[in-house]
Design a protein around this ligand. Structure first.
Ligand code: NAD
Length: 321
């Protein structure tokens, strides 16, 4: 029997490349598409010699053509960290809107199932804690994060419209902070920033008083949840993330312990619209997908630290946003 064919947009990025690996392992024919605006071919170069892997260098905000049949489309193309989308806000809005529209059209044309990578940022600075999928969010559309949050909210609305109006098979994953090997060392988020600063022997930068919370999901757990959602028959949004919550200050202490460096903190002003609390309610993922995270923070951080140690010399240092 011929292999199922799947298109992964953003395939050269952090999450997209892990998805490609998983789909290859499951014996799909994988077509990765990426314009490399934040991604890197080194994330997928190990796949290039495989006969069931193809790569297209292309911007999905422009017309997308793929010859032959397609069974699934996973739309992961989008700048994802504040440092990126603050630099390229228009491209961020375009890939969430025009890109999603192009791919929904392609999915319809090919009769493929489409899964979109949405985000916990659709909840904005949430007034409900932890966040369930039926919470509508608290987003400032004209704030600095508006370009990302609203692009993702539009992406969800457009995807749901194709599902309702055209009967297209669609899936929506709301991803919470995820970490692991291949995440960029200088992507501006707190976890890579702390690991890099600790490895360089610099003080860890804390924005505000460090009492704000985050929860971090290890990449293998996330990919497992996405794969289960893809194969499920559930068309509404599902949170995938790790509910284990920690304050930024406690997290800084954990990183110093893990890396064996003395705790040195440097306090800086809190950026505008920085969410105070972020924690997924994963009841739906448990019920619908039978999924919950398996990798604890200690183990996940240890695996990520190995990657950072190997790559710390490669990437230039950059300020955190
Ligand atoms: P990433 O920056 O590593 O990967 C995104 C990839 O998309 C990059 O390879 C980039 O070059 C590509 N891309 C961007 N615009 C494109 C375009 N117009 N055409 C083609 N390719 C384009 O980011 P990531 O962390 O892997 O995020 C992947 C997806 O998951 C994004 O949609 C992001 O919004 C979502 N997400 C990620 C997280 C997380 O914690 N990493 C959390 C929530 C949501």
């Amino acid at each position: 029997m011929s292999r199922k064919r799947v298109l992964v947009t953003g395939g050269a990025g952090f999450l997209g490349s892990h998805l490609c690996d998983r789909l290859i392992k499951e014996d799909y024919h994988v077509i990765a598409m990426d314009n490399l605006i934040t991604g890197n071919l080194s994330n997928i170069e190990h796949l290039f010699q495989l006969e069931n892997f193809e790569f297209y260098h292309h911007d999905v905000s422009k017309f997308v053509h793929i010859p032959g049949k397609l069974d699934y489309i996973l739309h992961f193309a989008s700048p994802a960290s504040p440092i990126d989308y603050l630099k390229i806000p228009i491209q961020t809005l375009k890939v969430g809107s025009l890109g999603t529209h192009n791919l929904l059209g392609l999915a319809r044309n090919k009769n493929a199932r489409m899964l979109i990578a949405s985000t916990s940022e659709v909840y904005g600075d949430p007034l409900v804690h932890p966040q369930t999928e039926d919470y509508w969010g608290n987003v400032n559309p004209v704030g600095p994060r508006g370009c990302y949050d609203e692009a993702k909210r539009f992406q969800e609305a457009m995807t749901m419209a194709y599902h309702m109006h055209h009967g297209l098979e669609t899936r929506i994953v709301r991803i919470f902070n995820t970490y692991g090997p291949r995440m960029r060392l200088n992507d501006g988020r707190v976890l890579p920033a702390f690991l890099s600063q600790a490895l360089r022997g610099e003080p860890l930068s804390i924005f505000g008083d460090g009492s704000q919370t985050r929860s971090f999901c290890y990449v293998d757990d996330l990919i497992e949840g996405i794969y289960r959602l893809l194969l499920s028959d559930y068309a509404y949004p599902v949170n995938i993330g790790n509910p284990s919550e920690i304050t930024i200050k406690q997290f800084a202490e954990e990183i110093c312990k893990l890396t064996g460096v003395e705790l040195k903190l440097e306090y800086q002003p809190l950026p505008k619209d920085d969410p105070q609390k972020r924690q997924p309610d994963i009841t739906k993922a448990r019920e619908v997908l039978g999924w919950e995270p398996q990798v604890g923070r200690e183990e996940g951080l240890r695996r990520t630290l190995e990657y950072f140690k190997e790559n710390i010399h490669v990437e230039p240092k950059e300020a955190r946003s």
